[in-house]
Design a binder for this molecule. Structure first.
Ligand code: BTN
Length: 243
């Protein structure tokens, strides 16, 4: 298969761009931008997107009618990013459920997945990845500790090469996920799990639950242990207790 890749200069958001063009583009279509003026993160946050400093990439994928659960998809995408990073020489990234990529305790990449269509019917999914490559030393507006590839590798990476590795890994994981779901990726995810067996707070909407993170299940749900009981949790984000 050949990916149709669109390279844009400055855009509001590569996810928005693809979402607006779902009727025109083929599944597998990729777009990249040099900068975003309205980059979007999860939970309505903004994604600060300085020119040439990161990869801003979005991929459109179509999942067939009857596809049951896209929950594990975000976790699968985290694995794709870790695989691509391994090819750059970084093999010590960790994944924070559902799909943040960390290096030495700081966020290196984030994923925003947006689904259009009916669950249970065919749906188009736009998968957006922001991967910090070489950020300006001072960036306003980022509210959490971050890292970039320049720090992790000690040298500049070729963004074209990196893009190719990232796109290849995203495609492979989407194809595998479409055929077999998340279950075959479970062990790989566990090997990268940042918070396994740690006390965490799960935030979903206004709700906060505290417990011990016991990994994820074959559907990609977080397993939260509370009072000796383990419950699968499907939405939200986690933070380490006390932070
Ligand atoms: C997060 O961690 O909150 C997710 C960040 C996702 C950012 C990427 S950059 C490319 C794509 N376009 C967007 O507007 N967002 C995603």
């Amino acid at each position: 298969p050949v990916a149709d890749i669109e390279v844009l200069n400055i855009i509001d958001s590569t996810n928005t761009y693809l979402k607006d063009r779902l009727a025109q583009v083929e599944p597998g279509h990729v777009c990249l931008a040099e900068a975003q003026t309205a980059g979007r993160g999860r939970q309505g946050r903004q994604w600060i997107s300085p020119f040439g400093a990161s990869l801003y990439v979005s991929l459109c994928w179509r999942f067939p009618a009857g596809y049951q659960s896209l929950n594990g998809l975000s976790l699968a995408i985290g694995i794709a990013v870790a695989r691509a990073l391994k090819r750059t020489g970084i093999d010590d990234v960790q994944l924070k459920w559902p799909n943040d990529v960390y290096w030495q305790g700081r966020k290196l990449a984030g994923v925003l997945i947006e689904v259009e269509g009916q669950m249970g019917g065919a749906c188009d999914v736009v998968i957006g990845l922001g991967l910090n490559v070489q950020m300006p030393t001072e960036v306003d507006g980022i509210t959490q500790p971050w890292a970039d590839l320049y720090q992790a590798l000690g040298e500049t990476v070729d963004r074209n090469q990196l893009s190719a590795w990232v796109i290849e890994a995203l495609w492979q994981v989407c194809e595998a996920f479409a055929s077999n779901g998340f279950a075959p990726l479970l062990e790989e995810w566990h090997a990268l799990d940042y918070f396994r067996d740690q006390p965490v707070t799960l935030l979903s909407g206004q709700r906060q639950q505290q417990g011990i993170c016991r990994g994820v299940n074959a559907q990609g749900a977080l397993l939260l242990e509370q009072g000796g009981q383990i419950t699968p949790c499907y939405g939200g984000e986690i933070s380490v207790r006390g932070q």
